[in-house]
Each structure stands twice: as C-alpha cells, then as structure tokens.
Design a protein around this ligand. Sequence first.
Ligand SMILES: NC(=O)c1ccc[n+]([C@@H]2O[C@H](COP(=O)([O-])OP(=O)(O)OC[C@H]3O[C@@H](n4cnc5c(N)ncnc54)[C@H](OP(=O)(O)O)[C@@H]3O)[C@@H](O)[C@H]2O)c1
Length: 261
Amino acid sequence: MSVTFDFKGKNFVVVGASSGIGRQTALELSHSGANVLAIGRNLERLAELKRNSPVSLVKRPPKIFTEQLDVLTATAEDWVEVLSNFTSTVGRINGGVYTAGIWGLTPLNSFDESLAHKIFDTSFWGAVKFLKTATRKKFSDGGASFVLMSSVAGEFSGKSLFAYSAAKAAVQAAVKSFAAEIVRGGHRINSVAPALVKTEMMKNEMYAAAASEEIISRHLLGLGTAEDVAGMILFLLSERASWITGQNFFVDGGYMLGVRS
Ligand SMILES: NC(=O)c1ccc[n+]([C@@H]2O[C@H](COP(=O)([O-])OP(=O)(O)OC[C@H]3O[C@@H](n4cnc5c(N)ncnc54)[C@H](OP(=O)(O)O)[C@@H]3O)[C@@H](O)[C@H]2O)c1
C-alpha cells in the first residue's frame, strides 16, 4: 500500500534533516513536489541528501536546499538568515518539521549537567527558537503546519532518562500552548512520539544497550523505520489534517500497549 501526498508548489523546512526521521521526511516531501530547506550540522550528509533531490523535467523542479546550523548555538539572527535565504528563493513556507534531537543517559547520582542541558536544549529550546522565527508572517504563509518530535519516553521514562524524557514531555505540553497562539495566523502544530526507530540514534552504544530484548519485544509490530514515522509527519503537514492541532500522536508499533499489558 502506498499513500502519496501532493505537495507541489509547497515549501517546507526540516530541522535535523541530515539523518534518520528528518532525512526521510525531507526526501519524501521533495519527492511529493515540495521545495525543502534541509537543516543540520553534518555537511557531508546534507550534501548526500541533496544528491537524492528528485530531478524533474518541469520548469522549476522541486529542490532540496541545505543550510548548516547547530541548533545549540544558533542565534535569532541565524534563524532569520537561513529562513530568509530559503523564502527569498522559493516564497513563504507552508510548514516545518523539527526533528533535531540527541539521546543520552544522565543518572541522577552522577549527574552530567552539560549533557542534560544539551539533550533538553536540542529537543526543546531549539524547537522553540525555530518556531518563534518560522511562524512570523514574513516567513510563513497563512495555514502553515508544524510538527515537533516527542517520544514515548515523554510518557514512559526509565532509569537515567530524565533529561530526554522531560524534553520530550515538554514538547508535548508546549505544542498545546503554541497551537492556541499560532492559530492567529491560521497555523497548526502537532507532535509525533515514536517508540524505537531504527536510525543513527539507535547506533548510540548506550541506546543500543538500553534497547533490551524485553523492550524490543514490547513493540507488537517490531521496531519502527524512519518511513513509518515520516508517513505520520507528512499526513500532519497535509491538508487532510487541516482540522488537527495541538495534539500528540504516538507512532509506536504497539509499544505502549505492550508496556501496559
Ligand atoms: N530513533 C528513535 O528510536 C527515536 C524514538 C523516539 C523519538 N525520536 C526522536 O526523533 C527525532 C529524530 O531522531 P532520529 O532517530 O532520526 O535520530 P538521528 O538519525 O540521530 O538524527 C538526529 C538529527 O538531529 C540533528 N541534530 C542533532 N543535534 C543537532 C544540533 N545541535 N544542531 C542541528 N541538528 C542537530 C542531527 O544532525 P547532524 O547529524 O547533522 O548533527 C540529525 O539530523 C529526535 O528528536 C529523537 O529524539 C527518535
């Protein structure tokens, strides 16, 4: 079964597009006709993504544009600059997806404050700063749709996971407030909360170690792929989701059911 979306003539920003779920989302958006601004830190992987940009015979083929930005150090001016570069070429955006995130364990008894802040700032404050700029009238067309990344860890935490879990729970809570604010511009916002997805993140040694047989077996449908999550993201960006805002959507292969049963 293939569900396709038509994003011809639309413009989207994907933050954290150099890998995993963000990369897949950027690719699917561009293959559905959109212009995509792909933001990340890793230039090599951004260049590789650009090479996968679809080639079209139409006059203005959809393109993947890339910008290198570290969301931990980006200033308000940096966000304005990257969004200005994109919108001055393609026009105002129809939405944005913020997938930048890092995983890490921060046990309370040997609490690494710097790591905990990095985890929280990447998933949460980076998203807030992106949204603050992206939802400005100058950059967003009326009726734009935004998607932030949460996680099942925002609901079910585990030992040493407080920074990551708190960041992902904060995303879910903040989305409800943002939805009430940005409706002024006709915009929508939702979050997506996956369980274990096979991406670069799972290659993190500690992440792999935490993904025990027992945790994996709770995924009734097996572990997820970036495609599984991108499907939900594209739906939320599309007009088929035009009556949906301020919600969190679990895309978890039955994990939460597995935890509860
Ligand atoms: N994979 C899972 O099991 C899972 C489960 C639940 C939720 N999630 C969430 O889903 C999102 C995407 O994860 P993923 O699995 O696709 O991970 P991934 O493959 O590791 O990709 C993470 C992306 O975040 C970007 N990023 C990290 N720190 C950044 C920074 N300081 N500035 C700019 N970009 C930064 C990375 O860019 P560079 O590589 O260029 O630095 C990369 O593009 C994350 O928010 C994650 O927490 C993942």
